[in-house]
Write a protein of this length. Structure first.
Length: 269
């Protein structure tokens, strides 16, 4: 597995989205630990400790998957392209990338922001500042999943806690109540994070189950080799435990240059 030389976001919009994840969300979590959770769980008690550890596990795992997604190089390796192109068998469904002026394997597409062709490119993610492709799709999905669970968990506490600010006096003095206004803004960010991660999962899960990426036709079933194989092509051979940590090694069945596809008999069924 190769790593990117410069994994940091380059575009301004990518930098802002990345900072939102690594700066704003931790501050929101810290606020909840100090002001929200003590209203429902006694600090130092088992319930408080369990909630804090659960939130930290989800957040740190999400950040770990974010980092893994950013540092793993999922671009086309031109050395491997040369090996395939010089082989005895002519590569099937390979094409010439007019921008790179190089041979590109099937399912790879050029990204203008990254400046390279990406293996099984799905999309360019603004939060990671890089493309989501064959080798880092697993980390992207886990990153979104953990942020979804985290935002849903905190949304319950923040929504209940907001009731303490809903009085005629608080509404009347909205702009003069700094704590109430701060909590309302944090709740808005919490809701926004929950909505974004929910939409992302709803959009990506059906594609994952069908073995597709964004650039492929919705009606295409060429690479749909069954739910089990499709998920292995994302989470690897250890897919049942790979989601627990990005440090768990899980070999993908396809290398990103040649792909298993449905047989002619399967397509006719």
């Amino acid at each position: 597995m190769k790593f990117r030389r410069n994994p940091l976001p380059r575009r301004l919009v990518d930098v802002l989205c990345f900072l939102t994840i690594v700066v704003v969300i931790p501050l929101g979590i810290l606020y909840d630990f100090i002001f929200v959770l003590p209203a429902y769980h006694q600090p130092g008690g088992y319930a408080y400790a369990f909630t804090v550890l659960t939130v930290l596990f989800m957040f740190l795992n999400g950040i770990a998957n974010l980092i893994a997604c950013m540092i793993v190089d999922t671009s086309v390796d031109q050395e491997r392209v040369v090996l395939y192109s010089n082989g005895d068998v002519e590569p099937l469904n390979w094409r010439h990338c007019a921008i790179c002026d190089k041979l590109a394997p099937p399912r790879s597409w050029h990204c203008k922001a990254c400046g390279v062709c990406i293996l099984k490119r799905d999309h360019h993610c603004m939060f990671t500042g890089c493309c989501i492709g064959h080798l880092n799709y697993r980390y992207f999905v886990c990153f979104v999943f953990y942020l979804f669970v985290l935002s849903a968990h905190l949304l319950v506490y923040n929504s209940i806690h907001l009731k303490s600010f809903f009085s005629l006096l608080t509404i009347f003095h909205f702009w003069t109540d700094p704590w109430g206004m701060l909590h309302k803004h944090l709740l808005s960010l919490n809701v926004l994070l929950f909505v974004i991660t929910s939409i992302t999962l709803v959009y990506n899960v059906p594609k994952m189950l069908r073995g597709r990426v964004c650039t492929e036709c919705k009606a295409s079933q060429k690479y749909n080799c069954g739910v089990n194989y499709n998920l292995k092509n994302i989470f690897g051979q250890q897919m049942y435990i790979a989601w627990l940590s990005p440090l768990i090694k899980s070999q993908l069945p396809d290398d990103g240059y040649t792909w298993k596809s449905k047989s002619v008999d399967d397509k006719l069924k």
